[in-house]
Design a protein around this ligand. Structure first.
Ligand code: GLY
Ligand code: MN
Ligand code: MN
Length: 433
C-alpha cells in the first residue's frame, strides 16, 4: 500500500463514525510585487496527501458505508503550465496519489455541502487555518439555512491536529530513511564548510559553501535559515544576518540543515576560523562536547528530554564552576537558574517534516517518555557574551554542538555522526584541507 494512503487510513481509524476531516495546502506567498517565495507545502497536508502544490484541499469522509479520500486540486491548464509549470490534475491524483476521487479546487464550495449533509462531526485545524475556516463558515451557514429543505448540518467540531501530530511524531521506516538522507546531506554541508573556512571570509560566503554542498548532494532546500555566526555573533541564538567577516582567532558556529523531500536535518558545529582552537576556546568546547556526548548516550525509550536536560544543567554548572566562570553552590545556582546567563535554551526538540517538529512534550511534572521512532535533536550550548560578569578571556564565545538522534528499541542512533566534533578530528580535517 502507498505510504500516503496508509497514513490516511490510520487517520480514518481515529475519526468518529459519520465524520469528515478537511485539510488545506499552503498558499503561494508574495515576496514583492509579482515575485513569490519558493513554495513550501504545509507539512500536515504533505504528510497526508503527498501533493506538493498550492490551492488544494484534502477531504476524508467516513460514513457507515465507506471511507473516501477526496482531493480538490488545481485543474490542468495548458497556458498556466507553459508559464508556471506542471500541475498534477485530477486524473493523476487518483492514479498516482491513490485518492478515491479528485475534483477541481473550484468545485469545493459546491461539493462540500453535499459531502457534509448528514455528517455529525467535522475535524479541522481549529484556529490554525483562517482561510479554511472562512470556507467552512460559508458552507455551514448555507447548510443551516437549508434545514427546511431537509439538509442536516454537522454539529460537532474537533481539532484534527492533535491526532495528526501524534501520528507524525512516530516516524515510519520510509520517514526514517528520508530523515537519514537529510542528516547525511546536512553533514556533508558542514564538512565542506570546515574545509573551506579561512580568516577573512564573510559569514554568507561560508553559508554558501554549506548550501552548495546540499545542492551537490541532491537537495535544493534548506530546512530553516542557516546560521553562520563568527565570534560573538554565536551568542545571538537565531543569528541569520550572516553578514560579518570571519576573523583569525574566532570560533564560528554553523547551525544549518538540509531539507530532503520535506524532511529536515538540523546540525550545529562550532570550530575555529583558522583551524586551531585556542587554549580557552578548547576548554569551553570540550565542556560542551562532553555534555553533548553524555546527553546523547541517555537517549533511549523511557528517557525524557526534560531529565536529560536536568543532567545537562548539572554537568554545565559543575563544569563552569571548575573553570572559575561560575561561583557558588551548584544546587543553589541551579535553583536560581543562574546557568541561564550561559545556557538559556532547551536541550533539543522533535525533528521531522518541521525542524521543530510536532508532538506533545508533556509537562515539567509529567514529561513525555521517548519512544522508538521519535527523532530528536541534542544541542547543548554555552554562550558567554561581551558583558558577562566573567574574566575577559572567556568573553565573546558561543558554542553549540547539535546532532539528530533516532530513538531505537535499545537506545539512540545518531543520524548526523558523519560530521567530526572532537577537537582533534576537527583540527585534522581543517589541516588536511
Ligand atoms: N536550527 C534550529 C534549532 O536548532 O532548533
Ligand atoms: Mn535544533
Ligand atoms: Mn539547529
Amino acid at each position: 500500500m502507498n505510504e500516503f494512503e496508509s497514513r490516511r487510513i490510520s487517520f480514518f481509524e481515529q475519526m468518529s463514525d459519520n465524520s469528515l476531516a478537511i485539510f488545506s495546502s499552503s498558499d503561494e506567498k508574495v515576496r514583492n510585487n509579482d515575485s513569490e517565495y519558493r513554495f513550501r507545502q504545509s507539512s500536515d497536508f504533505l504528510y497526508l496527501s503527498g501533493l506538493n502544490e498550492p490551492d488544494a484541499c484534502l477531504v476524508l469522509v467516513k460514513t457507515e458505508d465507506a471511507q473516501k479520500s477526496i482531493l480538490f486540486n488545481r485543474a490542468k491548464d495548458r497556458l498556466e503550465e507553459i508559464w508556471h509549470g506542471y500541475r498534477l490534475g485530477q486524473k493523476a491524483a487518483v492514479s498516482d496519489l491513490y485518492f478515491d476521487q479528485a475534483y477541481q479546487i473550484d468545485e469545493l464550495l459546491e461539493k462540500l455541502p453535499l459531502l457534509l449533509n448528514g455528517i455529525d462531526t467535522i475535524y479541522f485545524p481549529i484556529f490554525q487555518d483562517e482561510k479554511l475556516e472562512i470556507v467552512l463558515k460559508e458552507v455551514m451557514t448555507e447548510m443551516r439555512g437549508d434545514k427546511r429543505k431537509g439538509v442536516i448540518a454537522p454539529h460537532q467540531f474537533i481539532d484534527s491536529l492533535p491526532i495528526l501530530h501524534e501520528m507524525r511524531l512516530i516516524k515510519s521506516e520510509a520517514e526514517i530513511a528520508l530523515l537519514s538522507e537529510a542528516a547525511e546531506i546536512s553533514a556533508a554541508g558542514h564538512i565542506r564548510a570546515m574545509q573551506a573556512c579561512r580568516p577573512g571570509m564573510w559569514e554568507y560566503q561560508l553559508q554558501s559553501e554549506v548550501e552548495y554542498e546540499f545542492a551537490q548532494q541532491g537537495t535544493r532546500d534548506i530546512a530553516y535559515n542557516s546560521i553562520v555566526a563568527g565570534g560573538e555573533n554565536a551568542c545571538i541564538l537565531h543569528y541569520t544576518n550572516n553578514n560579518r567577516q570571519l576573523r583569525d582567532g574566532q570560533l564560528v558556529l554553523i547551525d544549518a540543515g538540509a531539507e530532503y523531500q520535506g524532511y529536515a536535518g538540523d546540525i550545529t558545529r562550532t570550530f575555529p576560523v583558522n583551524g586551531h582552537f585556542s587554549e580557552h576556546q578548547a576548554m569551553l568546547y570540550q565542556l560542551v562536547l562532553d555534555i553533548q556526548v553524555r546527553a546523547i548516550s541517555q537517549v533511549r525509550p523511557g528517557a525524557t528530554l526534560f531529565d536529560i536536560n536536568q543532567n545537562v544543567i548539572k554537568q554545565m554548572v559543575d563544569g563552569l564552576i571548575e573553570l572559575g566562570i561560575m561561583e557558588g553552590d551548584p544546587d543553589e545556582l541551579i535553583a536560581q537558574e543562574a546557568y541561564k546567563d550561559f545556557y538559556m535554551h532547551g536541550i533539543g526538540h522533535y525533528l521531522g517534516l518541521d525542524v521543530h517538529d510536532v508532538g506533545e512534550y508533556g509537562t515539567k511534572d509529567n514529561p513525555r517518555l521517548l519512544e522508538p521512532g521519535m527523532v530528536v535533536t541534542i544541542e547543548p550550548g554555552l554562550y558567554i557574551s561581551h558583558d558577562a560578569d566573567v574574566d575577559d578571556v572567556w568573553k565573546k564565545i558561543g558554542i553549540r554542538i547539535e546532532d539528530d538522534v533516532l530513538v531505537t528499541e535499545s537506545g539512540g542512533d545518531v543520524l548526523t555522526a558523519d560530521v567530526p566534533k572532537s577537537i582533534n578530528e576537527i583540527e585534522a580535517l581543517m589541516a588536511d584541507a
